[in-house]
Write a protein that binds this ligand. Structure first.
Ligand SMILES: Nc1ncnc2c1ncn2[C@@H]1O[C@H](COP(=O)(O)OP(=O)(O)OP(=O)(O)O)[C@@H](O)[C@H]1O
Ligand SMILES: [Mg+2]
Length: 354
């Protein structure tokens, strides 16, 4: 009897309230959250394909672990490049897998009648209509009844500021894996925006090229990533690390000692570009906006905001206070969660037709 009433209540709830799932399809990391439950998954956006059988066999964490160590017939795919879907099939399979690992368990609680599924996902401001459609398409294929898209800078602003609809401008710079998006947001909309396509993942490739030319060494992607996260800092902390790769001359194993200062030198131009886009945004902004941003400071989000001392380095160049958001890597998903809490806010901020 008790079970029957419980099931009836669930059935009523499923009629009244939709089941909302939030997605941040990042170039490096995928994050999934559920309304009222928070973030339920964080995993690398990587998938491994067996090219002989055409089957996807490694997903997320497992796929990341084997990067650079696979036989020829295992192809490692990064389905998101520069924050947009570059391999639709791989992205669909990866998201189906990650969704089943994190959300299905909650959906199984609804035994009698499946709830009405709604998805909210962030897309870059620079995404084209086709690129946005691809995100919607993936989510519809996952059986979502409705899909709401939010521009990533707006989601980021909602992740750091309580009242996104207020007319208090905020300059936020997302230093992600595939995109650096700097934007001024005010009144729930984007006032101006600048994008760079060389971000965290690109930094790894720049390092690989630099070390190849300077030391004649070929390093794998995973090693370059480790070098970047271990050595890069803007606190004048001179860390040293020995890495092993292949000699360009002999093709045999070769070790070199790398210093933080060398890594900073390799990435100097990329860092300058970040500073330049922030300055450009300030240059084109209205005087009132400049004034308020000058008082509030610039906010950094995204994985690269974890680089020690990056805020002081940028602040010194732009001559404005720079703050790192709390938990910078989760700002986008937290912003989507905040927007999703309030239907009125969601209706105002979504770029999808309602
Ligand atoms: N301490 C660190 N030092 C250097 N780089 C870091 C550090 N922590 C994270 N990163 C880099 O941050 C990037 C990932 O950031 P993030 O998770 O914000 O990206 P994403 O959301 O997946 O990508 P995007 O939003 O650009 O599509 C990676 O390139 C990673 O190597
Ligand atoms: Mg991101």
């Amino acid at each position: 009897m008790f079970n029957f009433i419980e099931n009836l209540k669930k059935l009523q709830r499923s009629f009244l309230t939709p089941f909302d799932v939030y997605f941040d399809f990042g170039t490096t990391n995928t994050r999934i959250a559920i309304k009222d439950r928070g973030v339920v998954l964080r995993q690398p956006t990587v998938i491994g394909l067996n090219t002989k059988t055409k089957e996807y066999i490694f997903f997320g964490n497992e796929a990341k672990k084997i990067i650079g160590k696979t036989p020829d017939f295992i192809q490692i795919i990064h389905p998101i490049v520069n924050s947009i879907i570059s391999n639709f099939d791989a992205q669909l399979v990866l998201i189906e897998y990650l969704f089943s690992k994190s959300v299905k368990i909650y959906l199984n609680n609804f035994r009698l009648l499946k709830p009405f599924l709604r998805a909210i996902a962030a897309v870059p401001y620079s995404a084209t209509e086709i690129e946005k459609k691809a995100v919607e398409e993936v989510l519809f294929k996952l059986n979502f009844s409705s899909v709401f898209l939010i521009e990533k800078p707006v989601a980021n602003a909602a992740g750091v500021s309580g009242d996104i609809l207020s007319h208090h401008p905020i300059l936020i710079v997302d230093l992600g894996g595939g995109l650096i998006e700097a934007a001024i947001i005010s009144g729930g909309g984007i006032v101006s925006e600048k994008t760079l396509r060389t971000a965290g993942e690109g930094f790894g490739q720049i390092l690989a090229n630099y070390l190849y030319l300077k030391h004649g060494i070929i390093l794998g992607d995973a090693t370059c990533d480790l070098v970047k996260t271990s050595l890069l800092n803007f606190q004048n902390e001179e860390k040293i690390m020995t890495v092993r790769g292949k000699s360009l001359e002999t093709g045999l194993p070769k070790s070199i000692r790398l210093k933080s200062s060398e890594i900073k030198e390799a990435l100097f131009t990329s860092m300058t570009q970040i500073i330049d886009i922030i300055k450009e945004l300030m240059e084109i902004a209205q005087p009132e906006i400049v004034d308020e941003i000058y008082t509030q400071g610039v906010v950094l989000t995204g994985g690269l905001a974890n680089v020690k001392g990056i805020e002081t380095f940028i602040a010194k160049e732009i001559k404005i206070k720079v703050n790192i958001a709390t938990n910078p890597s989760d700002v986008t998903i937290n912003g989507i969660i905040n927007i999703g809490k309030n239907q009125d806010q969601l209706s105002k901020l979504t770029i999808s037709p309602i």
